[in-house]
Write a new protein. Structure first.
Lengths: 329, 625
């Protein structure tokens, strides 16, 4: 197996919580908000990883960590085995170029006054990576790789002349211009029409499979990424609670949260209404993480130990692990 | 840049360009146009003072025997010079402060805005008088003072615009790419702010011209140059009124009006162009839909939509058909899924049914029956009484649909009392409490405001609000789109339970086929404004008859078969203003043949209450008349 492009090694990110005067006088403890708590991840070339969870679970913070837009408060972020914290400013900038992002909303994330050519050229110009003839050829290559063919036809076009799917391809082309090794896609199809989503998902998967780019898909929708990801990491309150090969996680979910999450995803078969595990309430405040297992207040199979001990990821199968006392025993 | 052409196309803008253009020409060619040179000394005789209009002096002479026309012509140079120079100074100061305050924000931005507010509250004229009196009355000083005091509105405007551009996603994307602040300002923010800045500057020009005229009129103008304000000053102080020399009084005033009007019209037109407001539409009442007489028996369904057709009329009068001959029914206690992609007309159809179309929307045909009563035949009072008591709406973005400054309970009480004014306040409050209980919100949280609620709770509150008056039909427009799957499951379960418990009909508008499969009995699949297929969920989802339904199901993910790759439908959904002539789906349909491209397929019945609009079904069944 190839060496990982990027590793998160027990990374945590905390944000200070703004304190009110009431908190101060009530002498409430000054809890930091733990957006990401001891997360470890590995990304190998050509691999598609889906990071799945509800809002507030820390998946966007994880994306920002991978992109290098956020520094960890604890733990290490390694790019090709090198700790980002130990790099010089110049090395850091070069390593940032290897990580690119695809945004959720292709209608808003393109500047309406710029042409497609200018948009795709922008990262190259910002990083002074290419000029002149080389710039033009790299723009054309990026457009071609994003499936906008022939590239010449799109160079002078403005975003409002394109469909949602084409716009998302422009966003992808712009991310590909710097020839990244990691592509982080934050809900890449949620704003697109159902009938054209598969195109974008197929494109991202083929970038991984054929061109060896590591792709991270951040999503709340398990069904969309199921056919396109190699591995899934399920996050809850800043922690990865289950991770493993996609099929293994989908067919034998081991964490009660994953089971609940899978059970409530609607399926388009009216005859197969399955029993659903609807968790009551909402994800708790990440500033007030419950003691013991953080899922215990909502867990349908909770028992004594869960209130005291915090379970770590324990293996349940080949590359498949879950953080639940019921699996490791 | 086609700004010039658009300015010319703007009716008032064209008048402004005309007025301003003439002033600029006059100022440019003043030495050629003016019959006399005002800088030349004249030795007036007594008859030359305040001489009336004559062949030699078409606008007469002033108190020193100078030709008024020539003075006017040369005065335009001063006015335009002061106006534009002052405005450029104001643009520079205001633009810089606005950009920095908006882009940097934080303490610096706040400080700059307090500084701006301070200047804004000082009366400009008073300060100008004081400063000019102190530093001296030269034209240069006057320009600087006018510019240095006239930048505040520009600064505020530029800051507001910069703030909104800074939050746009493409700026965030540029940041993620690694662009520096100065690059983002130069490349993304400035080009977005510039047009508004220019439009505002043109308006500042007219203010600067007026300021100069005022200063000159009260005797604080530059004595070495002739400006219109100065001409007025001399005329008033040197007996033009008693001499009856109206020409010396009126003509400079008219000249000022001419230029200021021209500049203002151009500025307003530019603002209209760069920052278009749809003022026109909001002024017009929603067109009353045509009442189509009922043929045959009145429908007994809770909600029956018959041949509903809706057009959108663009600002230029072009029509596009958003909903075209839609027919479906919802029975009491039945849940119907209205499925479609963007632009399919699903939301428009339901808004038309409630007569809540956005500006530009117009019902051009068909009828909507609530228990047999035509909604389109109701007068305004009846319509108000019908909305919410018989058909209520759960909106997509609950945060936007709830009033942020009133407590949730108050809003429910208000809805109840609007429709049942005779109900006592205490009773209405009790009912609101019951409703909140029903949707799973603790009674004591009713006194909280929407922003204190989470997304899921807001949507529950929205449902409680919709139930306030016991509607017969509830329309839920993408009620769970912005919510997480778990909260979506909670909200959908709630809606399903309430529908059964209260026996309401429900229309669920969504793009999510799976949601329909799980919660609805019947489904209507819309595409490009028409109903492609409708029938029982069990039948349509297992054996779809319209190619669009079938392909849409293949494009939709399914966790029961997680490894099946999804298949996109080639092409994109049609835009309402570019509908294909034949079958709406023909351009994307793999099974389309010649006829599909020229003729619209009628709806073919397949079984009881199951039909699809596709020519492939023709051989098997007869089309519905």
């Amino acid at each position: 197996m190839a060496d990982p492009v990027l590793e998160l090694d027990a990374v945590s990110v905390s944000f200070p919580r703004p304190r009110s005067l009431v908190d101060f006088f009530a002498r409430r403890p000054n809890n930091d908000v733990r957006a990401v708590d001891q997360v470890s991840l590995e990304l190998r070339p050509g691999e598609v990883l889906a990071v799945v969870g509800e809002s507030g679970c820390g998946k966007t913070t994880t994306a920002n960590l991978i992109m290098g837009l956020l520094a960890p408060s604890a733990g290490r972020v390694l790019v090709h085995g090198e700790n980002l914290a130990e790099l010089s400013a110049g090395q850091l900038r070069r390593s940032r170029r290897k990580m690119q992002m695809v945004f959720q909303d292709p209608y808003e994330s393109l500047n309406p006054r710029m042409t497609v050519g200018q948009i795709v050229a922008e990262p190259l110009q910002v990083h002074k990576a290419a000029t002149g003839v080389e710039l033009v050829s790299r723009i054309a290559t990026a457009l071609d790789r994003a499936g906008l063919r022939p590239p010449e036809r799109y160079l002078g076009v403005r975003p409002n002349e394109l469909s949602g799917g084409q716009r998302q391809r422009v966003v992808i082309a712009s991310a590909l211009a710097l020839e990244p090794e990691v592509l982080v896609a934050d809900e890449p199809v949620s704003m697109l029409d159902v009938s054209i989503r598969a195109d974008i998902l197929n494109l991202l998967a083929s970038l991984a499979r054929q061109q060896g780019i590591a792709v991270v898909m951040i999503t709340h929708d398990m069904s969309t990424v199921a056919a396109y990801s190699d591995r899934i990491a399920v996050m809850y309150l800043g922690r990865i609670v289950e991770t493993g090969p996609t099929l293994s996680v989908l067919t034998t979910p081991s964490h009660p949260y994953t089971r609940a999450l899978l059970s409530v995803v609607p399926v388009p078969h009216p005859s197969q209404r399955k029993p659903r595990i609807i968790l009551s309430g909402e994800t708790p405040d990440p500033g007030r993480i419950p003691p013991g297992c953080r899922f215990n207040p909502r867990c349908p199979v909770v028992f004594d130990r869960c209130h005291i001990d915090d379970p770590r990821l324990m293996p349940v199968g080949e590359g498949h692990a879950a953080a639940c006392w019921l699996v490791g025993g | 840049m086609n700004l010039g052409r658009r300015l010319w196309a703007h009716r008032l803008g064209r008048i402004g360009v005309f007025l301003l253009g003439i002033s600029v020409l006059v100022a440019t060619f003043a030495p050629v146009l003016a019959p006399f040179d005002p800088s030349e000394n004249v030795r007036p005789t007594i008859d030359d003072i305040y001489a009336g209009p004559s062949a030699e002096h078409p606008l007469g002479t002033d108190d020193a025997g100078y030709d008024v026309l020539s003075l006017l012509i040369y005065g335009s140079r001063v006015s335009l010079l002061v106006g534009f120079s002052g405005a450029i100074i104001a643009l520079f100061i205001g633009g810089l402060i606005g950009l920095v305050a908006g882009f940097r924000g934080g303490k610096l931005g706040n400080g700059l805005m307090r500084f701006t507010d301070f200047f804004l509250v000082i009366p400009d004229l008073a300060l100008q008088i004081v400063i000019v009196a102190i530093i001296g009355q030269s034209l240069q000083n006057i320009i600087i003072v006018i510019g240095a005091l006239g930048w505040t509105t520009t600064a505020r405007l530029v800051r507001a615009q910069t703030l909104s551009v800074r939050e746009r996603k493409f700026v965030m994307r540029a940041r993620a790419v690694g662009a520096s602040d100065s690059y983002i300002l130069r490349r993304h923010v400035f080009p977005q702010v510039l047009p508004l800045m220019l439009a505002n500057t043109v308006l500042t020009v007219s203010l600067a011209i007026l300021s100069e005229s005022t200063l000159a009129f009260i005797g604080l103008g530059d004595p070495t140059v002739t400006s219109w304000g100065q001409m007025l000053n001399y005329a008033f102080n040197r007996g033009a009124v008693s001499a009856g020399a109206w020409w010396a009084l009126i003509t400079p005033g008219l000249a000022i009006v001419w230029v200021v009007l021209g500049v203002t019209l151009v500025g307003n037109a530019l603002e209209d162009i760069v920052n278009p407001r749809q003022g026109r539409h909001h002024m017009e009442p929603e067109p009353v839909p045509p009442v189509v007489p009922l043929v045959g028996e009145a429908p007994r369904a809770a909600l029956a939509i018959r041949n509903l057709t809706v057009d959108f009329v663009g600002p230029d009068g072009t029509r596009s058909r958003a909903v075209d001959g839609v027919i479906f029914e919802v029975d009491k206690g039945e849940a119907l899924g209205l499925v479609g992609e963007s632009g399919s007309g699903k939301t428009t159809a339901m808004l038309a049914a409630l007569r809540l179309l956005p500006p530009g929307g117009e019902v051009v045909g068909g009828a909507v029956y609530l228990h047999g009563e035509n909604v389109f035949a109701l007068d305004d009072d009846e319509l108000r009484a019908t909305r919410w008591t018989r058909m209520a709406l759960v909106f997509q973005g609950a945060m936007n649909a709830l009033n942020p400054v009133r407590s949730v309970e108050d809003q429910i009480v208000e809805a109840i009392q609007t429709h049942f004014p005779e109900m006592a306040a205490a009773k209405a409050r009790g009912r609101a409490g019951e409703l909140l209980q029903l949707v799973g919100i603790d009674g004591d949280r009713g006194s909280e405001y929407p922003h204190q609620f989470s997304g899921g709770m807001r949507q529950r509150a929205m449902i409680a609000l919709a139930l306030a008056c016991d509607p017969e039909v509830i329309v839920a427009d993408e009620p769970t789109t912005a919510l997480d799957v778990m909260i979506q499951a909670q909200v959908m379960e709630l809606l399903d339970r309430l529908r059964r418990q209260l026996g309401m009909g429900m229309v669920l508008i969504t793009h999510d086929l799976a949601l329909v499969a799980e919660t609805c009995e019947r489904v209507v699949v819309m595409y490009g404004g028409i109903v492609a297929e409708q029938g029982a969920v069990n039948e349509v989802f297992t054996t779809p008859r319209h190619p669009y339904t079938r392909l849409l199901l293949e494009a939709f993910p399914d966790l029961d078969d997680p490894t099946r790759p999804l298949v996109s439908i080639p092409g994109t959904p049609p835009r309402p203003d570019q509908l294909p002539p034949g079958c709406r789906f023909a351009p994307r349909c793999p099974q389309a043949f010649d006829r599909c491209h020229v003729e619209k397929p009628p709806s073919y019945p397949i079984a009881d209450r199951w039909e699809a609009a596709c020519f492939l079904l023709e051989d098997r069944v007869e089309a519905r008349g």
